[in-house]
Ligand binder design. Structure first.
Ligand SMILES: Cc1cc2nc3c(=O)[nH]c(=O)nc-3n(C[C@H](O)[C@H](O)[C@H](O)COP(=O)(O)OP(=O)(O)OC[C@H]3O[C@@H](n4cnc5c(N)ncnc54)[C@H](O)[C@@H]3O)c2cc1C
Length: 419
């Protein structure tokens, strides 16, 4: 069995930043394992600008952003395998791997960083009736076809779901000559970043229909039309609101799911809310020596935060390899009253950094509200927010100095500010 100090599963922005940070902290024996034919992850198909404003103060395309990290990995001579898939991870950190260079092998790692990203929710999860004609794609698949393979999936397009990928594909398909007739969103608000609603829909006069979904699909061989209908508060279609839109392509952008088959197989505790591993402030999972970062942990909106989080995972894996272990106490973090979850889910008050960035999403849009943190019911801090929306990840800097002695639980909430 091959031995390695640190195995990193996934060569996207999370895996790359984690590898660089671990090497900077002195880990010599690192192996990045990537199933695709190149490093860079999902960024390779995101050819639009908008990446790296926080990290580099510049608006880069996805491949440009990824290349900066790939160059650094090359300069540092960090080994990686391409077209190589991790098939299994055991609880004692044995990876079963297959690829053209390795064949089927096992690798015993002293530490592992999970950086497998996420996948798109498929049509099967939606229960839309109708035949299964050609012309229905997930938005990410269409993005790959257009931006990497050079194929246009169709000319008359409807998009279901207004998360960032759906919005970006509305603009992309328009720029490539298609007519995007509508973006339908089942919720009463968009799940995407505000800047994407403006730059991808409003700038191109593409209508966004909120509280609306696809209730029927027409066409046997090829998609011919979809029927949209408005929905009520329980998301049930409202009879009489149906409208048929002729189209040859339906793109589904209905959510991302952390890619956690390997994590579950290893026995890592997963959060029922994020679908990703539960982690401490060191980004350590429930299995000693196994860390997680990026979209496999929770779905991020901006890659800059993926890179920041992954740096921490790499640094902490290095500390673990140097013998550092968790302290004897743990403080639980929880989200309530509009805060859906927190990452991390716990902190180690003895060993935490002076400031730990707690990330989460809110359950619904708010105006003129405040993010609050309570330690065992006592207010620690309140951060006023003009707008909070589920499409944008929130960050709350938790300071070691403000934690009361012996505190058990820190609760994050949204509070609406009285006018
Ligand atoms: C369509 C789209 C548009 C976006 N637009 C923006 C934007 O404008 N601005 C912005 O800042 N962010 C944007 N993002 C978000 C950003 O791209 C992601 O947050 C970021 O790429 C996540 O990085 P990651 O490394 O966690 O995952 P990924 O980039 O998905 O990388 C995960 C890697 O792991 C590999 N992998 C998975 N399983 C295995 C396995 N078993 N064995 C080996 N390898 C494996 C995958 O092949 C992949 O390369 C966008 C994302 C998408 C999908």
């Amino acid at each position: 069995m091959k031995q390695v100090q640190l195995a990193i599963i996934g060569g996207g922005p999370a895996g790359l930043a984690a590898a660089i940070a671990a090497r900077e902290k002195g880990v010599e024996d690192i192996l990045i394992i990537e199933r695709d034919k190149e490093l860079g992850g999902i960024l390779n198909q995101c050819i639009h600008a908008g990446f790296g404003l926080h990290t580099f103060g510049q608006e880069l395309t996805g491949p440009e952003y990824a290349q900066r990290f790939i160059d650094r990995v090359e300069e540092m001579h960090i080994p990686y395998l391409l077209r190589t898939m991790v098939l299994d991870l055991s609880g004692d950190r044995v990876l079963t791997v297959t690829g053209p260079e390795t064949g089927l092998i096992q690798i015993q790692a002293q530490a592992v960083i999970l950086a497998m990203g996420c996948r798109e929710r498929p049509r099967g999860a939606l229960n839309i009736p109708g035949y299964r004609p050609a012309g229905i794609y997930s938005a990410g698949t269409a993005q790959r076809l257009v931006n990497i393979e050079g194929f246009m999936p169709g000319k008359n397009v409807v998009i279901l779901g207004s998360g960032d990928i759906g919005l970006i594909m509305a603009r992309r398909m328009t720029l490539e000559g298609a007519k995007v007739h509508a973006v339908a969103e089942v919720l009463p608000y968009s799940g995407g970043l505000k800047r994407n609603i403006v730059q991808c829909l409003e700038d191109f006069d593409i209508p966004l229909y909120l509280s609306t979904t696809v209730v029927d699909i027409h066409g046997r061989e090829r998609l011919e039309a979809v029927t949209l209908a408005q929905v009520d508060e329980t998301r049930k279609p409202i009879p009489g609101t149906e409208r048929r839109i002729p189209c040859d392509t339906l793109l589904l952008s209905v959510g991302l799911l952390p890619e956690n088959e390997l994590s579950s197989a290893a026995g890592v505790h997963l959060s029922t809310v994020t679908g990703g591993p539960e982690v401490t402030d060191r980004l350590a999972t429930s299995i000693p020596g196994v860390f997680a970062c990026g979209n496999v942990l929770h779905v991020h909106d901006l890659v800059d935060f993926v890179s920041q989080e992954a740096r921490k995972a790499g640094e902490n894996a290095a500390l673990y390899l140097a013998g550092a272990r968790a302290g004897s106490r743990s403080v639980a973090l929880e989200g309530k009253n509009g805060v859906r979850y927190t990452v991390p889910q716990s902190i180690d008050p003895e060993n935490m950094d002076d400031t730990v960035t707690v990330r989460f999403r809110v359950a619904q849009p708010y105006r003129d509200a405040a993010l609050c943190a309570y330690a065992d019911g006592t207010l620690l801090r309140r951060i006023p927010k003009r707008i909070l929306t589920p499409g944008e990840m929130e960050q709350f800097p938790l300071r070691k100095a403000e934690l009361p002695e012996g505190c058990q639980t820190i609760t994050f909430t949204v509070e609406e500010v009285a006018k």
